[in-house]
Design a protein around this ligand. Structure first.
Ligand code: ATP
Ligand code: MG
Ligand code: MG
Ligand code: MG
Length: 471
């Protein structure tokens, strides 16, 4: 029997209601009062003031399903476990219960025949091993042992894996313990672990024990109020239950069938393109569907939105989907989600209109850019497309660098990526200086504004720098 997304959302909420939690609604994907990040990346995000001690009107035990967007994962999209949009089910203790209840309840929910009923031998867990700034989380380890997990797979891992804080760097944070499903993949070697990245272990739940507040100076101050913050990815827990990938559940079935109707290529032949188109369109729908009036632009959330749409269009082209196809795929997304997120229903017309308009704008620059690209490919510098030219394609014609790279690969032409990056950095420094000038003596949150601008443009280049071996 395959579990559905509807079933799992309902079970999760019911379980935590029975444990005395009040249900709160999902906050917007655009953070309300937080200039340090562009999008809500986790369920705890809208709760930061309450984690720091403010009284929440619904009490000290909360639960919900939160819409999340993580653009840092954009290069992972197409693998088996990452999406740029996903739903995070969460439960919180605001100075109420702590490690014992949290871990025991997670275990009960995951393994009890009344709830998810996942066989215990298929579960692995990780615990913080400790370092100079904070001790090893022996307490969590012992709680897991008492539940029987020490006879199974349990791993101590460093801060990079078992410590959680908000994306904005400062704020409530602490050690966490994570729950993984052990897939059918063999161990990749003697050091195989949830941190090795081989895919044997799929993370689906993270329980964070927030005992600290990280200050701007990088100090960890103990919080007066000890909190629990957990996040379970809906797409991931469906993998734990049904097997397969985050793209295999009912959440994507009708979206993929729509793509298949519009394309001449089957999913089996182009799984990555299918996944990217489905994922990016879904995320764009949720950004446009929020009541914040974000539309495609060259700054902040609007820039990310533009980039997602254009990247989706580029991949749709690989599937021979005709112009206008994206809006059609977006209606399939809205159809799937509108009962759970009614804002998509009320914003349906706007979502479709904006997608059509952005796709049309992109097609126009694309046609011009392709002509420019053709010119470049017959006037190569040192046998390759030089960096300045690649930058012009980006700057003037709005070509995402991936698109230029794909076109070049198709025609077996090399690109001077280092030259491109150099141009890009220079451009960024100039616009940074420009922004600083513009905000001087004006807006108080100047640094946050420019930081946002950077995050957005930065993302595009992270992958590239990885390719070049800079990080
Ligand atoms: P990963 O290591 O797989 O990238 P993470 O450690 O970054 O995940 P957390 O910050 O711990 O994830 O978020 C809590 C939960 O949210 C994860 O356990 C997972 O179930 C889910 N999740 C995180 N990132 C994604 C994503 N990009 N797509 C789908 N689900 C995700
Ligand atoms: Mg991650
Ligand atoms: Mg992780
Ligand atoms: Mg995690």
């Amino acid at each position: 029997k395959l579990y559905t997304s509807e079933e799992i959302r309902a079970k999760y909420i019911q379980f935590f209601q029975e444990k005395g939690h009040a249900v709160i609604s999902s906050a917007s994907v655009i953070p309300d009062n937080d200039p340090t990040v562009l999008f809500t990346t986790a369920g705890m995000h809208p709760l930061v003031p309450y984690l720091l001690g403010e009284k929440h009107p619904s009490g000290t035990r909360l639960t919900n399903v939160q819409k999340c967007i993580r653009t840092v994962d954009i290069d992972e999209v197409g693998d088996d476990t990452h999406c740029t949009f996903f739903e995070m089910m969460g439960n919180w203790s605001l100075g109420d219960y702590f490690k014992h209840e949290s871990i025991s309840w997670s275990w009960e929910f995951v393994t009890s025949p009344n709830w998810l009923d996942i066989p215990k031998h298929k579960i692995a867990v990780t615990v913080f091993e400790g370092d100079d700034d904070a001790p090893r989380d022996q307490e969590s380890y012992e709680i897991w042992c008492a539940l029987g997990q020490c006879e199974a797979e349990i791993f101590f891992l460093p801060r990079a894996d078992n410590w959680w804080g908000p994306a904005g760097q400062t704020g409530p944070c602490g050690p966490d313990t994570e729950i993984f499903i052990i897939s059918d993949k063999e161990r990749c070697g003697p050091t195989c672990s949830p941190a090795c990245g081989c895919g044997r272990y799929v993370e689906f739940w993270n329980n964070v024990f927030m005992k600290y507040n990280k200050t701007a100076e990088g100090k960890f101050e103990p919080l007066d109020q000890k909190n629990v913050d957990t996040g379970m990815g809906l797409e991931r827990v469906l993998v734990a239950l049904n097997g397969g990938t985050v793209y295999d559940s009912d959440l994507f079935t009708t979206i993929f069938s729509r793509i298949a109707e519009l394309s001449e290529t089957a999913y089996e032949n182009q799984p990555k393109a299918y996944r990217v188109v489905a994922d990016h369109t879904r995320t764009a729908v949720f950004i446009l569907g929020d009541n914040y009036g974000i539309t495609p632009s060259n700054v902040d959330q609007g820039y990310v939105l533009r980039r997602l749409i254009r990247r989706a269009v580029s991949f749709a082209m690989q599937l021979s989907i005709q112009e206008g196809g994206l809006a059609d795929i977006a209606s399939a997304v809205i159809d799937k989600y509108e009962l759970i997120y009614p804002e998509l229903q009320s914003n349906r017309d706007k979502i479709i209109r904006e997608l059509q308009a952005e796709e049309a704008r992109f097609q126009k620059t694309l046609a011009q850019g392709l002509r420019e690209f053709d010119k470049l490919s017959i006037s190569l510098v040192n046998g390759q497309i030089d960096g300045a030219a690649a930058f012009k394609l980006y700057d003037t014609y709005g070509f995402p660098i991936e698109l230029t790279m794909e076109l070049a690969t198709e025609r077996s032409i090399a690109i001077d990526l280092e030259g491109y990056l150099e141009k890009f950095q220079k451009h960024r420094e100039l616009s940074q200086a420009g922004a600083a000038q513009k905000f001087k003596g004006g807006l108080a949150d100047n640094s946050a504004q420019t930081a946002n601008l950077h995050t957005a443009t930065h993302l595009l280049h992270a992958a590239l720098r990885k390719v070049l071996g800079d990080e």
